[in-house]
Design a protein around this ligand. Structure first.
Ligand SMILES: NC(=O)c1ccc[n+]([C@@H]2O[C@H](COP(=O)([O-])OP(=O)(O)OC[C@H]3O[C@@H](n4cnc5c(N)ncnc54)[C@H](OP(=O)(O)O)[C@@H]3O)[C@@H](O)[C@H]2O)c1
Length: 229
């Protein structure tokens, strides 16, 4: 049996590959059409994961926005919203954060020994499932195994670049979709699809382009499969 869920990474970026402006405050990039596409992806997923900087900086809701899609999930015997999962070195989430409070679904927090025991207790008292798996960084393979054991077959990863890069480098990604908006943000330090320390040319992660979807709004969606060999 596969020990991890099927993992799809989805992100929106500008034509110059930026996933946010230099201000790093979660700039809007998706068009309304792309937001609908992402909502459908969320509705088809059992869990949605984000990295620590996205979690603490953007405080995303990670819920299914469409009432119709939520109703359809319930008809299929699922919770209205997928499980939310955060990968965060120090889980200093505010109790009233949107990530913790929006929607009624389960929340799983994967963190390291750098999170205070008192903070972990607080999150658990709020009903979160907290997993301490790592000292410097969260062990992503272990996190995916926990998610699979929690019944998550299909996981949607919604960035940021650090989490995307680490999952890809570890060979833990099955599919990628990237909305490319007709915008340019510039900024050498603005976040991109994959960050981290950077790879040498010979270690580049190679992708197979499987589809180019034109959303008719000036933006396109690139669908890739990571090459495995
Ligand atoms: N356009 C989009 O679709 C989109 C989507 C999501 C995010 N974003 C943008 O992306 C930016 C944030 O991205 P980011 O690359 O800075 O951060 P990120 O990927 O959201 O979070 C990465 C951080 O999570 C923690 N972490 C712990 N264990 C990890 C592991 N094993 N692998 C990876 N990360 C681990 C680390 O925190 P420490 O460094 O504290 O140890 C790491 O730096 C924001 O500006 C956000 O708005 C854009």
């Amino acid at each position: 049996m596969n020990e991890r869920p099927y993992v799809m990474v989805n992100i929106a970026m500008t034509a110059d590959g930026k996933t946010d402006t230099i201000a790093r405050s979660g700039a809007a990039i998706s068009s309304p059409q792309d937001m609908e596409r992402v909502d459908r992806l969320r509705a088809e997923s059992d869990g949605i994961m984000v990295g620590g900087h996205t979690l603490l900086g953007d405080d995303p809701r990670l819920t299914v926005k469409s009432e119709r899609l939520r109703r359809e999930r319930v008809k299929r015997g699922l919770e209205a919203n997928p499980v939310k999962a955060g990968v965060v070195t120090r889980a200093n989430l505010r109790p009233d954060s949107r990530f913790l409070t929006a929607g009624l679904g389960r929340v799983m927090v994967f963190t390291t020994t750098q999170t205070d025991a008192a903070q972990i207790d607080l999150l658990r008292q709020q009903g979160m499932q907290v997993f301490v798996i790592g000292e410097q960084r969260v062990d992503l393979s272990a996190a995916l195994t926990e998610l699979k054991q929690a019944g998550i077959q299909r996981l949607l990863v919604e960035g940021g670049g650090r989490l995307n890069e680490e999952l890809l480098r570890l060979g833990l990604v099955d599919e990628i979709s990237i909305y490319v908006a007709p915008l340019i943000f510039g900024g050498a330090q603005a976040p991109t699809f994959a960050s981290g320390p950077g790879l040498k040319r010979e270690a580049a992660i190679r992708l197979q382009l499987v589809e180019v979807e034109n959303l008719g709004d000036g933006g396109i969606v690139l669908h890739y499969l990571p090459e495995t060999d």
